[in-house]
Design a protein around this ligand. Sequence first.
Ligand code: N01
Length: 544
Amino acid sequence: MENPLQQTPGAGTALTEEVAQFDAIIIGAGITGLYQLYRLRQLGLSVRVYEDGAGVGGTWYWNRYPGARFDSESYTYGYSFSEELLQEWDWKEHFSGQPENERYLNYVADKFDLRRDIRLNARVASAVYDERENIWQIQTEDGHRARAQFLITAVGLLSAHYVPDFAGLDSFKGAWCHTGRWPKEGMDLRGKRVGVIGTGATGVQLITEIAKEVVHLTVFQRTANYCAPLRNGPIDPETQRRIKASYPEIFKKCSETPGSFMHQFDPRSALEVSPEERLAQYERLWAEPGFKKWLANFHDVMIPGEANEDYAKFVRNKIRERIKDPVVAEKLVPKDHMFGSKRLPCESGYYEVYNQDNVLLVDVREAPIERITPKGVKTADAEYELDVIIFATGYDAVTGSLNRIDIRGEGGQTLKAKFAQGPRTYMGIQSAGFPNLFTINSASVGNFVRAAEPLVDWVSDCICYVRNHQFSRISPTPQAEAAWTQHVAEAGAKILRTQADSWFVGANIPGKARALLTSPDSAPVMRAKRAEVAAKGYEGFLLQ
Ligand code: N01
C-alpha cells in the first residue's frame, strides 16, 4: 500500500481514506479560521479546516441566542482584505445582529470558495506532534485523521462554554441550555417561566430580548455590571454610501487605537477640566452609540484611579435613573469592581426590563444558588419554579478551547499541563516545545476582526518565511517565552482588565489559575512588536 505521506497533495484534497495530508491544518472556521484559510491558500499551501459546527462562522454560528449582536460598529467588524467584498456587502444596522453576521460569514465562505477546504461537523479531539517526521497529526472525534506540517488553532477566545457544576441539573424536568449552544431550531419561550443565570454581556442582550415574550422571567445575578445604551439603528442609503466610500479611513482609524475600535481617547485627563465641562462631555458621549462613551472619553477614564471612579459614579446614576424600584435599582448598580475592569455590556432597554411586573431579579450573592431541583432553581432562601433555565454563564476563555483538544508536543508533553498556571507563549502565538503550532486564539482582544486580520497575516508570512528559507520548523526560544510571560504578568498587573474577577484572568472558572489570558499591550504596540520580530529574522524564535 502506498504511504499517504509520500503523495503530493492537491490543494486541500484528502488523498487517502487512511490519513489525509496537507501543508497546514486549521482548527475552526470562524472569523480567524476563514481568513487564515484564504491567506494560506493564496500562498499555495494545501489546507484543511476542521470545524466542530455544522456551519461556518464560529462565534456567530454558535451564539444564536435572542439578542446576540455586535457592539462594535458593523462596518468596522467586516474583513478588510477584499475591496470587492467591502463594496458588495451592505450592513443593515449600525450594530448588526447574529443572523446577519452569520449570513455575512457564509457569504464570505461562498465568495472565496472556501467551503471545499472545510470539513464541518468535525471536532478535533487530539493533535499530536511527531518529532521524527516534524508533522502534526490530528484526529477528529469520529476517527478521521490528517497530518500537516503546520497547525493553527483558530478556536476562538470564547468558545469553550461554561456551565457551572450545580448539583441536581440532571434532575431538572424542564429544558435548559447554554447561550453559546443555543439550538439551531430555536427555543420556544412564549408562555414559559424562564430563569436566566448570568448577567454578563450575553445575559444582558438575552434578558432584554426574551423579557418581551416569556410569561415570567427570573434573573439570577451574582455581579451587577456597568451597562450602557447601545443606540443601534438601521443604516440609511446615504450613510451606506458614505461608509463604503470611507473604508480606508475607517480601517486606518481602527488601526491607530488601542483596542482597534474607531474611537480615539480624548488625550486630556478628566481631572484637568472643570466639573461642568467633565459632566458635559460624559453626557454628550452617553448620547452617542456604542463604545464611544468610554473609548472616546478622557483617557484616564479607562485607567485605575480617580477619573475612573468619577465616571463610574456617573454611570451608576444613569442606571439608578432608569429603574422605578429603588431597592431593585441598588441591586443593579455595580459597587464591587472598577468601571471597565470587566467587559462592559451595551444594551437596548435592559434596565427597563426590571420595571416589568413579570420580571424578578434575584441576587445570588446574597442568597447563593444551592442546587437545581426537578422544578427549578433553589437558592439559600427560596426555590424558583421554572420551565426553562438558560445559562448565560460565560466561557472558559482562551485556554479552555485549547484544553478541550488533547494537544501533545515534543516529548509527549501536553499543552494543557504547560498552560496549567496560565498561558506560556511568545507573543501569544507560539509555545516552546510545540513547533509549528500557532495558537492564534490567544493573542489579542478588542475589535476582533481588526485584531485577527494582522495576526493571521503575520502567521502566514511566518509560515512563508519558514518554507522559503528551507527550514522545517519554528518555535520560540525558552528565553523569549519566559520574558514574554513575565511581561504579560507585570504589565498586565497595571491594567484595568486584571483588576476584577472575570474571564480576562480566568477567575470565572473555579480552580483555573489566575493569569491574564491575552496580551496586556495595545493593538498598535503588538503589531509593531510582531513586525520588529519578523524584520529581525524572527528574533526570539528557533528556526531549524
Ligand atoms: O460571560 P461572562 P458572557 N452562579 O463571563 C455569571 C463577549 N460577548 O457570555 O460576574 C451565578 O461575562 C457571572 O457572574 P460573575 C464579551 O467579550 C460579546 O456574558 O462571575 N452566576 C456573569 O454574570 C464578553 O465579555 C458580545 O459574578 C454565575 C455571567 O455568569 C464575553 O463574550 C456579546 C455563575 C457570565 O458572564 C463573555 O460574556 C456577548 C455561578 N456559578 C458576549 N458562574 C458582543 O456584543 C457564572 N455566573 C460582541
